[in-house]
Write a protein that binds this ligand. Structure first.
Ligand code: SF4
Ligand code: SF4
Length: 427
């Protein structure tokens, strides 16, 4: 049953909203509550607001929208809720309704509906950024601080990491075969950011998969997983992308579909919820989602990787990406994989599961708050005295790399796969 309020919020599932029993167990885990210390910036407060608006007890105001947008969608609340409230789903539906009611942003719509629905277009933009970096223009721009006159652009630019020489797609075959006996036939979901900004890491992921006996199918016409569209309330575009990706992978007989991007992994695992009311796709989405594995989950639980070949004499700590720990419940696997690397000393990070403030476009839409969450994270990382901080998500990597640069620290942020590839002698 749904609250049906034509004017305010439509289609908020009543049963899911009423699940909240106001216990407040989620509150200590909420970064925005820690920051603002007010009920409306807490998960319980947000749910109360959603319920009130849905029941027409409260008007749909700018303030309502503000507290919904202030949420990082980190889903730490969901992970710590004894009643099993699907906070992420409720927030995505709420944001979709906010999006419908407000004036459309042409720029946002262009980015989400045109650029982020076609990886080739994104590659062209990244190619221009590569020229910007290689030509030395970036150095001049940063030195002069000229971008400060356009604050959103300056905030975006400062996050830019050194880009690889080319995207990964250009340098791989659609089917990469294992040199040894084939243990698994897997698909590899090459995410937009991994393909263009962390091409070397995803290349290592594929190399590791081949090394442990996987034949890897990497469809080059894959589309964005739809995660940014879900967060921004573009649910119809998200559904179109989901249907396309499902058809693309299900035409092959695959044991698993692997991703090395936590954000993509969450979105792909949730296709089954996204399309549950679609008569043609609900069953296909269920099958597709059941095959999705994060690389750490696959290597530890399915491939049973337990040994590496080369020592790494260093200290490592680990940051839990929200989209691994809170949504996919993956926290043990990457830690166990790091611990099998001989010579590598593992140090636990304080508040490892607290959001780093990246949160998709949050670092651009709420730059000051984002920096605050990053500052907490960087302080904790620095306190470990580690040489590396391992991370399983490109968004967190970009954000934490920026925090490290800003504070001029020696520690290096790497993907867990980067360390594994070194330890397996596969670089
Ligand atoms: S998703 Fe994160 S920021 Fe949003 S209410 Fe839940 S814990 Fe707080
Ligand atoms: S922990 Fe769950 S039930 Fe308790 S207040 Fe938070 S959302 Fe509601």
């Amino acid at each position: 049953m749904y609250f049906m309020n034509e004017k305010i919020i439509e289609l908020l599932p009543e049963d899911k909203l009423l699940q909240c029993m106001h216990c407040g167990f989620c509150i200590p885990h909420c970064p925005t509550y820690k920051n603002y210390k007010i009920e409306t910036a807490s998960p319980r407060g947000r749910l109360a607001l959603m319920r009130a608006v849905a029941k027409n007890e409260l008007s749909f105001t700018k303030n309502f929208s503000k507290y919904m947008r202030l949420c990082l969608l980190c889903r730490a609340c969901e992970d710590n809720c004894p009643a099993g409230v699907s906070f992420g789903l409720l927030m995505e539906i709420t944001r979709a309704e906010i999006e419908k009611k407000k004036k459309k942003s042409i720029l946002k719509s262009f980015i989400l509906n045109i650029i982020l629905t076609d990886q080739n277009k994104l590659e062209k933009i990244i190619a221009l950024l590569r020229i910007y970096q290689k030509s030395g223009l970036q150095k001049i721009i940063r030195k002069t601080g000229i971008l400060k006159i356009i604050p959103p652009l300056e905030k975006l630019e400062r996050l830019l990491i050194p880009l690889p020489v080319s995207s990964l797609k250009k340098n791989i075959k659609e089917i990469e075969k294992s040199g040894s006996n084939t243990r698994f036939k897997v698909g590899f979901f090459l995410g937009c950011v991994m393909n263009t900004m962390f091409a070397d890491t995803s290349r290592k992921t594929i190399t590791i998969l081949k090394e442990i006996g996987c034949e890897v199918y990497i469809p080059k016409n894959v589309k964005c997983c739809g995660a940014p569209h879900g967060v921004e309330g573009y649910r119809e575009t998200q559904k179109k992308l989901a249907r396309f990706n499902i058809d693309l992978f299900l035409k092959k007989e695959l044991d698993f579909i692997i991703t090395d991007c936590a954000g993509c992994g969450t979105a792909l695992k949730e296709y089954k919820h996204l399309l549950e009311d679609d008569p043609e796709y609900s069953e296909k989405a269920r099958i597709f989602s059941s095959k999705i594995k994060d690389i750490s989950e696959f290597l530890w639980n399915e491939a049973k990787l337990r040994n590496t070949k080369k020592n790494i004499n260093a200290k490592v700590t680990y940051h839990d990406a929200c989209h691994l720990i809170h949504t996919q419940k993956i926290s043990k696997e990457p830690r166990e994989l790091l611990k099998i690397i001989s010579g590598l000393e593992y140090i636990e990070l304080e508040d490892a599961d607290m959001c780093c403030g990246s949160a998709g476009s949050y670092c651009i839409t709420h730059p000051d708050d984002s920096i605050k969450y990053l500052k907490w994270k960087i302080e904790n990382i620095n306190n470990t005295g580690a040489d590396f901080v391992a991370i399983g998500n490109p968004g967190c990597l970009i954000q934490i790399m920026y925090g490290i640069r800003k504070e001029n620290l020696k520690i290096k942020a790497v993907h867990t796969v980067d360390l594994l590839a070194t330890a397996l002698n596969l670089e």
